[in-house]
Write a protein that binds this ligand. Structure first.
Ligand SMILES: Nc1ncnc2c1ncn2[C@@H]1O[C@H](COP(=O)(O)OP(=O)(O)OP(=O)(O)O)[C@@H](O)[C@H]1O
Ligand SMILES: [Mg+2]
Length: 273
């Protein structure tokens, strides 16, 4: 597979360790993101998917190991290099918020105004082009409160695209969408990737949409990569963990309860305090 050829990978994550306080989130995670492809990162809630995205874009520093973007280490690195890396990444956050006091047009124009000194005429052309690409050019004057959830996400995509990134990162892009809006977003993610020749990472719980969209999928569990393959390979994987996740079963190796003391012990401790 592409994965072992460095030139074929836009991102390489090597032996990544990361903790929050005394809680270990990653312990020896290795992952390659192939150039030009859509890669899905799947995993149960709380396994660290959003944290991993933050490590990839350099918002967080690994405790050990490295994240390489285009062959160069993201963190630690100079502020200048980090800025250069971030300019090449478009992000659709899980909380996905548009700036509520700005119009659709101004939301999309925002990164251009922050990072460039392009003349107004050019900003106007770029913003309208990106809005056209997501089918919302005519909604340019709307305020975010006038948009549906699916429309907001498309505006956020236009905003993520406005700096012509090499990589787009989507955190849970399907949550809360009706089936039609979901289909629109799946198609947009795929088309954006292929038409612009960029690389995409989609973090999601949604196994069904992943099958339609991704070239490669990683399943994260137990602080590292638990499985990797095409969506079909993952679907046919026989390990209990992969089957539990792919088939959405409540019972299996992934526990329902957040780790901690047992119930009786907690009741005793709370009664004493
Ligand atoms: N700012 C923070 N401070 C402390 N702990 C955090 C913080 N953010 C996340 N965590 C912890 O890190 C772990 C991973 O969180 P993360 O948000 O990356 O999970 P996730 O896989 O994205 O979950 P979900 O699928 O629910 O979005 C969780 O146990 C969470 O409690
Ligand atoms: Mg998350």
């Amino acid at each position: 597979m592409l994965a072992d050829d460095p030139a074929a990978n836009l991102i390489e994550i090597q032996d990544l360790h990361y903790s929050r306080g005394d809680k270990k989130i990653f312990s020896g995670l290795d992952m390659n993101i192939p150039r030009g492809k859509v890669t899905a990162i799947l995993g149960p809630s709380g396994t660290g998917k959003t944290t991993l995205l933050n490590l990839i874009v350099g918002q967080l520093n690994p405790d050990q190991g490295a994240v390489l973007f285009d062959g160069r280490i993201v963190c630690p690195c100079s502020r200048h290099h980090l800025y250069e890396v971030r300019r090449q990444i478009g992000v659709l956050f899980q909380e996905g918020a548009l700036l509520t006091n700005l119009s659709v047009f101004e939301n999309v124009a925002f990164p251009l105004r922050e990072h460039t000194d392009l003349p107004e005429q050019l900003i106007r052309q770029i913003v309208l082009m990106k809005l056209q690409a997501v089918g919302l050019r005519t909604a340019w004057q709307h305020m975010p409160s006038q948009l549906s959830g699916g429309m907001s996400r498309r505006v956020a995509l236009a905003r993520a695209l406005v700096m012509d990134p090499k990589l787009i990162v989507y955190d849970e892009p399907f949550v809360g969408l009706d089936p039609i809006s979901m289909g629109v977003i799946v198609r947009l993610i795929r088309q954006t990737n292929d038409v612009l020749g960029i690389t995409s990472i989609v973090v999601t719980h949604d196994v069904e949409q992943t099958r339609k969209l991704a070239d490669l999928s990683y399943l994260i569990s137990g602080k590292k990569v638990a499985a990797c393959g095409t969506p079909d390979e993952l679907r046919n994987d026989q390990s209990a963990l992969v089957r539990q996740f792919m088939q959405g079963r409540a019972d299996g190796p992934v526990p329902f309860h957040h780790p901690g003391p047992d119930y009786a012990e907690q009741l005793r401790t709370m009664a004493r305090s």
